[in-house]
Ligand binder design. Sequence first.
Ligand code: PMP
Ligand code: GLU
Length: 397
Amino acid sequence: MRLADRLQQIKPSATLAVAAKAAELKAAGHDVIGLGTGEPDFPTPPAACDAAIAAMQNGQTKYTAVDGTSELKSAIIAKFKRDNSLLYSPSEIIVSTGAKQALFNMLLALINPGDEVLIPTPCWVSYPDMVRLAGGVPVELYASDRQNFKVTAAQLEQAITPKTRLLMLNSPSNPTGMAYSKAEYQALGELLARHPEISISSDEIYEHIYWGTEPFISFASACPELRDRTMIVNGVSKAFAMTGWRIGYLAGPEGLVTAMRKIQSQSTSNACSIAQAAAAAALNGDQTSVSLMRDEFKQRHDWITKALNDIPGVECKPCDGAFYVFPSFAEAIIALPGIEDDGAMAEWLLEHAQVAVVPGSPFGAPGHLRLSYAAAMDVLQQAVTRIRDALEKNLPA
Ligand code: PMP
Ligand code: GLU
């Protein structure tokens, strides 16, 4: 069968591919440790599960409004007020099937063929391909570990052309774990204020998995003067360990939200009614599980960063949040005979250490590997020991 040309522009998601490969090897009896998956290894809060059961029993099993139930929208509005001091009205909110769909529909609503979208890299693997599927041109701006993987206003300024329509931010970042400070956002905001044709999307899905020195700040709070062209993307997948429930949301200008609702009305309609009830309960409920999870991730972060830095050929920056480390394996790649790049390095680790990690290139950062520490401490310890043993055995003296 002949497939559409647009398929030639994109690859399957590398993060999901590594997770699937690790699961497949494990199912076939191999002793593989999967550090590829980007999802919390914690249970969904019981209050969310109870709300889902109640929703099923109460008959909340029918179509809802395309852009979300009023109950969930109220919970989202309350969340923005509580956590970010941001005020939104229901017409400025849309609920989608995961933050992934919210981002995708936003791009479909905003991007014309040939429009350029600025994407600071390292970035989440799906951003550039989502832009391509929407007909846009991803323009990647590399921010190395020397600048803590964060893009500067000067870099943005150099990349802006008459075709630039959107800047896609993500803080704390997948894959680097780094977060922008208020001052860093404001420096970007000052430049963007001079370019009214550029909109900004800020993916804040790791907001609650954060331990930076300053309190977490939303881009919309740091740069209120840009509110009428800022879209905040968030969801319950990470904060409440609800990846499988598929509830994400976007807050932004009413015109854009209306356009996204139109697109969603002709594609998927509403997100799952039962999952919406669960998400509302998670957002409105006791937030203790969120901080317990964050504390546990922070402990793992501190341990794994140090342990990786103790391995010859590996360099790992401490970061502000999320549950990934993004070490450079550049020295190990150069030193290991027959290993040419991060893709080969990841395959080598799977073979020689039985540890699955995601190569840096799909995130726009060759020479790096992404390790997710959404795994129990003893599993992480075993994984790092295996990586160290394999490298020590094979690196030339
Ligand atoms: N943005 C980022 C940066 C992510 O890492 C993820 C996780 N896959 C998402 C968005 C999408 O999350 P979800 O679709 O599960 O809400
Ligand atoms: N955000 C996660 C990751 O990067 C989930 C997988 C995905 O949707 O990419 O691994």
